[in-house]
Design a protein around this ligand. Structure first.
Ligand SMILES: CC(C)(COP(=O)(O)OP(=O)(O)OC[C@H]1O[C@@H](n2cnc3c(N)ncnc32)[C@H](O)[C@@H]1OP(=O)(O)O)[C@@H](O)C(=O)NCCC(=O)NCCS
Length: 178
């Protein structure tokens, strides 16, 4: 098993995994490949975006993306100003990272691969941060039990900040102090 940065030539493989992963629970999305590509491009255009992949038996089976926002205002422009301001109050002075992508091949979910990938990515991130205070923010839908369970294992805690969704669910904002 190996963890390394995604190579440009591997983007089509990643898109296929991305599309399939969001067809499953709790999303049940039927995105076209074009839509999936647009979503990935939107994430990869975020400042200082990095995407790591986990390779097993020579094949990409999981992927993780994060980026760095320069300040809370920039995060607020992405997540909404109220969320940005609320998080800024709690975490003022921190270097800000945002986890923006996490997928595991549907054939091998539930085997700890996303958790393993996240733990390694954050171990590497801890080594390279400049500041004394740094935080990774993530947004999870309240019914995404798999990603929340895995996030807890990586040390994320719920910030207490949530934003309602039209279907009675919530987006929850989680934080990992590095
Ligand atoms: C979220 C996702 C990346 C997790 O990948 P994974 O490799 O299966 O994750 P892991 O096996 O490392 O961890 C999942 C944990 O959640 C648990 N879990 C899964 N479904 C669960 C459920 N319905 N209720 C409670 N726990 C659940 C698993 O048992 C596992 O915990 P454990 O290790 O204590 O047994 C994968 O399900 C996926 O690609 N989902 C679709 C895309 C997505 O939602 N991405 C996150 C967007 S924020």
């Amino acid at each position: 098993m190996r963890i390394r940065l995604l190579m440009r030539k591997e983007v089509p493989t990643l898109l296929a995994l991305y599309q399939a992963a969001f067809m499953g629970k709790p999303w049940f999305m039927s995105w076209s490949l074009e839509k999936t590509k647009n979503l990935f491009q939107e994430r990869s255009a975020l400042p200082d975006f990095l995407c790591h992949v986990l390779i097993k038996d020579g094949v990409i089976v999981a992927a993780h993306g994060y980026n760095r926002f320069s300040d809370w205002k920039q995060l607020g422009e992405y997540l909404g100003p109220t969320v940005g301001e609320d998080l800024a109050v709690q975490l003022a002075g921190s270097e800000i990272y945002y986890e923006n992508l996490l997928i595991t091949d549907t054939k091998v979910q539930g085997r700890g691969l996303a958790t393993r990938l996240r733990q390694e990515v954050f171990r590497r991130l801890r080594r390279k941060i400049n500041s004394q205070k740094a935080v990774v923010i993530a947004r999870y839908r309240s019914d995404n039990f798999g990603t929340i369970q895995s996030a807890k294992k990586c040390g994320f805690v719920h910030s207490g900040i949530e934003s309602p969704l039209p279907n009675g669910l919530f987006f929850q904002y989680w934080q990992l102090i590095l």
